[in-house]
Design a protein around this ligand. Structure first.
Ligand code: COA
Ligand code: MG
Length: 297
């Protein structure tokens, strides 16, 4: 699999809000997602579309990824949304509330058509999808293998609404669906992007939720406010001590293999193949996040 760009934090803003779009360029955030869906009011859908087109035409996003979130298939807006933005070449399209492979195929076909017409490399424009309903979770097995996908974004508020769960601070009611998304992503080499912390003034809660998401296996998190960029991006970057430990595992594993030992002890803990694989993942994530990691194959 080709290596995916780092998406530790994915920042949304309403697509009609020019001020927030320009502000987002100054934040050093991995991904910027200009929203036509739930962040844009019903009477602002067209304004959002036009403002996003202007942003794609005029603004320099620097190292940040420029994404657009269109309205869901079946909303009635999706065709006009995607047709408006594709000629202006966003880095990727976010399709929300995905429940079937056909919905991804619909968008992927339109993207392929734009790539062909404009002479852009085929498959260069990526898709990220929201899976955030009961049916979406049940159909992950058919959804996740689609070749256009880079990532699955889990929408916690939508999922809670879909199953009638009450949201709590520790989000225990979302655990099954979060782990289902992480598992499907791992099975098909995708990134998994975790829930929004909507209590955006509470940075301690944000840090705790980000660290828990990273422990579950998520590679990044959705955010909605500039103050959330730093805590989230650092929670999804392996710490210096985690990197150093992972390096020691990789190095000692090789010599242990040469000596004919599949399992061995390091600092009083058993190291074997799965521990090595996890260490390699830590190093790959650190590298994707811009850390200097030498001789990583
Ligand atoms: N992206 C970029 N800039 C943002 C931003 C965002 N998501 N949210 C706030 N800002 C900017 C504000 O414009 C303001 O800029 P300024 O200091 O230059 O004037 C600054 O950050 C501080 O904003 P603040 O006053 O703390 O926020 P608020 O109370 O005005 O708005 C929200 C709070 C939650 C309504 C707002 O952050 C928001 O709309 N977030 C995105 C919501 C969204 O897109 N939801 C759909 C996807 S889940
Ligand atoms: Mg949603």
């Amino acid at each position: 699999m080709t290596s995916l760009r780092s998406r530790r934090a994915l920042l949304y803003m309403p697509g009609d809000n020019w001020k927030m779009i320009t502000k987002s360029l100054t934040l050093g955030v991995d991904s910027i997602c200009m929203d036509m869906e739930d962040g844009a009011a019903l009477n602002k859908k067209e304004e959002a579309r036009a403002t996003i087109v202007k942003a794609l035409q005029e603004l320099d996003f620097g190292a940040s990824e420029k994404l657009v979130r269109i309205n869901a298939v079946g909303s009635g807006w999706e065709k006009d949304d995607i047709s408006a933005v594709l000629p202006h070449r966003p880095d990727g399209v976010v399709l929300p509330k995905v429940e079937s492979r056909e919905q991804i195929q619909w968008a992927s076909d339109l993207i392929a058509e734009a790539e062909l017409q404009n002479g852009w490399p085929l498959n260069s424009m990526r898709m990220l999808i929201g899976v955030e309903t009961a049916l979406g979770i049940l159909n992950l097995k058919e959804i996740a293998p689609h070749p256009r996908l880079d990532a699955i974004i889990f929408g916690g508020e939508d999922f809670a609404a879909s199953v009638g769960a009450t949201r709590t601070v520790d989000a225990i009611e979302l655990l099954y669906a979060r782990e289902a998304v992480v598992t499907a992503c791992a099975a098909y080499g995708l990134q998994a992007i975790d829930i929004v912390t909507i209590d955006f003034k509470n940075i301690e809660a944000l840090r705790a939720e980000s660290e828990f998401g990273a422990r579950l296996g998520f590679s990044g998190k959705q955010i909605i406010h500039p103050a959330q960029v730093e805590p989230v991006q650092s929670a999804f970057t392996p710490s210096e001590s985690a990197i150093a430990y992972a390096r020691r595992i990789v190095e000692t594993f090789e010599s242990s293999q040469r000596e004919g030992r599949g399992a061995y002890a390091l600092d009083g803990k058993m190291i074997d193949m799965p521990v090595l694989k996890n260490a390699q993942k830590v190093l790959a994530r650190a590298k994707a996040a811009g850390k200097e990691i030498k001789d990583l194959k």
